[in-house]
Design a protein around this ligand. Structure first.
Ligand code: ASP
Length: 593
């Protein structure tokens, strides 16, 4: 039977008391984690969001009625207990913050009962994620998820505090809006009042934050939900949160400066980790050449080596052809992995194929110096020796080579490098390695659209020294764009924006956008630019990813209260779902499936 809490007031959370409060009367409220009976004593572990506190029901103290009531308690009942704090009578529990105290109960109220939950509310639940997400309200009670959600709140609060001090204003931008230029598919919302017309949910506040700069707000920040209807991927959420910012009268260094101080502040306050400033910077080109990735994980080296010159004329046609077709041959050295069983090497080859490789060539140097290789028979001894030397191969090393177009080679070796590091135990989650990747290419070629598309977005400023190449050699133009990378994950990115109409017009042209199309899409921004626009730049963090890494999790769902699964559905609410015909009628919508 559920009792009311009339006349009761919670005095403390479970872990807000300590031995210093010995003898004090308290009232605590929460959920029953466990109940154990020992004859005349009943022990209950009471749980709230702060942690666990042991309660003792002693018939001699609480009386028969109270004791009988305590006897009916089961897991997840919500109770209020009044009593006195005392030193633990039994053994001290070193694993609990309150392990040296207990409350000896004088009063118990059962505020509500609970059915048996479908899985235990424990720290290390092995429960399948689908079941956890269906009962997310229970899953969210688990201490490890709770600590993530609490950390998330803390990171948001600290971000606001820091940026407010730095002169940022928090300004909201619309959720019902027009398409934004981040290049993904939009989520559309039909308009009832304007039949046949749609709003788009924002992929980011990009255009609005640039407008705010035009309006003189100078420094803007928003912790904001964004929506992208992208293809399914395990680590993507259709709605996700950004820490989005924009600054006026700044260049690349100014954005980097305030952001690295923000990161250092967050990591110190939340994790007590010192980040050395300035954070290392690397150009996009260097990142690709050395790590095969625009978000290199710097916790380990295993750098790529370009061996194209060594194998240009070798007898192995896979190598020679890759180079004559304008590609390259590059390798990595997995130190100490030369004894890897053939089966495992084959699995690596399959893994590489998933990243576009047609194959992987390897040299496994045994401890005794003999060599097992998939392609030695096509090479001279000297050529083999030169390859091994180029990768600093020593006895016991495994050398892996990819030969293809540069883009494929980078992609494959970049992924293999991280995969191997994982297998070799080199990815320590408490080792935080930050990196700024700068000077991204302005454009990337889209085979699908047969034109250059913006690598970041169409408002990104080219590097001053490359502006002249916008027409003559767009593929070589570098942008004033930067990403902040942590342990191989891009946690944020941004750019300096174009604020000059003539450069913007040239940019649209390079992107194959006519002035009419540009006007239709972003006319309001171009119009605003006619009335005095400050030079401006900005950046947005993937807030979920940042918190995921800070919480040392592998999965962003673990840091989002109510996440969706890979197919963008919500197991808790069953969204998306059908709606009734009346609703559709009001929206002038007919379903066509
Ligand atoms: N709007 C960009 C994004 O969502 C970030 C930026 O350029 O500020 O990636």
């Amino acid at each position: 039977m559920a009792e009311s809490m009339v006349g009761l007031k919670r005095t403390h959370r479970c872990t807000e008391v300590s031995l210093l409060d010995e003898g004090k009367s308290v009232t605590v409220m929460g959920w029953v984690q466990t109940r154990r009976n020992f004859g005349a004593l009943i022990f209950v572990d009471l749980r709230d969001r702060s942690g666990i506190l042991q309660i003792i029901f002693d018939e001699n103290i609480i009386g028969k009625e109270g004791f009988d009531k305590a006897y009916t308690l089961r897991n997840e009942f919500v109770i209020a207990v009044s009593g006195k704090i005392q030193k633990r009578s039994g053994a001290i529990n070193k694993n609990l913050q309150t392990g040296d105290i207990e409350v000896i109960a004088t009063d118990l109220r059962i505020l509500s009962e609970s059915e048996t939950p479908p899985f235990p509310i424990d720290k290390d639940s092995n429960t399948k994620e689908d079941l956890r997400l269906k009962y997310r309200f229970l899953d969210l009670r688990r201490p490890d998820i709770q600590s993530n959600i609490i950390m998330r709140s803390k990171v948001a609060t600290l971000t606001r505090a820091f940026l407010t001090k730095e002169g940022f204003l928090e300004i909201e931008t619309p959720m019902l809006t027009k398409s934004t230029p981040e290049g993904a598919r939009d989520y559309l919302v039909p308009s009832r009042i304007h039949p046949g017309k749609f709003y788009a949910l924002p992929q980011s506040p990009q255009l609005f934050k640039q407008l705010l700069m035009c309006s003189g707000y100078d420094r803007y920040v928003q912790i904001v939900r964004c929506f992208r209807d992208e293809d399914l991927r395990a680590d993507r959420q259709p709605e996700f949160t950004q820490i989005d910012m924009e600054l006026s009268f700044v260049d690349v260094d100014d954005v980097i400066d305030v952001n690295e101080r923000l990161l250092a502040y967050l990591f110190k306050e939340v994790l007590d980790v010192d980040i050395e400033l300035p954070i290392q910077r690397m150009t996009w080109q260097e990142a690709m050449d050395r790590f095969g990735s625009d978000k290199p994980d710097l916790r380990f080296s295993m750098e790529l080596k370009n061996v194209s010159e060594l194998v240009r004329d070798c007898g192995f046609s896979v190598f020679a052809n890759a180079i004559s077709n304008g590609g390259s041959v590059r390798g990595i050295n997995a130190k100490g992995q030369g004894g890897m069983p053939r089966k495992k090497i084959d699995a690596l080859v399959d893994f590489a194929k998933g990243y576009g490789a047609s194959g992987i060539a390897y040299i496994a140097i045994q401890q005794d110096g003999t060599v097992k290789s998939s392609f030695a028979k096509f090479m001279t001894d000297d050529e083999m020796a030169a390859l091994i030397a180029a990768l600093d191969g020593e006895n016991g090393d495994l050398l892996l080579f990819a030969a293809d177009k540069n883009k494929v080679v980078w992609n494959v070796l970049g992924a293999l490098r991280v995969e191997l590091a994982g297998q070799m135990g080199l990815l320590d989650k408490s080792d935080y390695k930050f990196l700024w990747v700068t000077e991204f290419p302005q454009f990337e070629w889209s085979d699908e659209e047969e034109r250059f598309v913006a690598m970041h977005h169409p408002f990104t400023m080219p590097m001053d020294e490359d502006i002249d190449k916008l027409e003559s050699d767009p593929g070589s133009v570098r942008a004033k764009a930067y990403d902040i990378v942590l342990n191989g994950t891009e946690i944020g990115g941004g750019s300096v924006r174009i604020h000059q109409a003539d450069i913007q017009a040239r940019m649209f042209k390079a992107l194959g956008l006519t002035q009419e199309v540009a006007n239709e899409k972003f006319g309001f921004l171009l119009e605003a630019f006619k009335y005095g626009v400050p030079p401006h730049a900005g950046l947005a963090y993937g807030f979920d990813r940042l918190v995921m890494l800070m919480a040392k999790r592998d999965n962003i769902r673990d840091v989002i209260a109510f996440p969706k699964i890979k197919d963008a559905s919500c197991l808790l609410t069953n969204a998306p779902d059908v709606v009734d015909d009346k609703q559709l009628g009001e929206l002038s919508i007919k379903i066509n499936i």
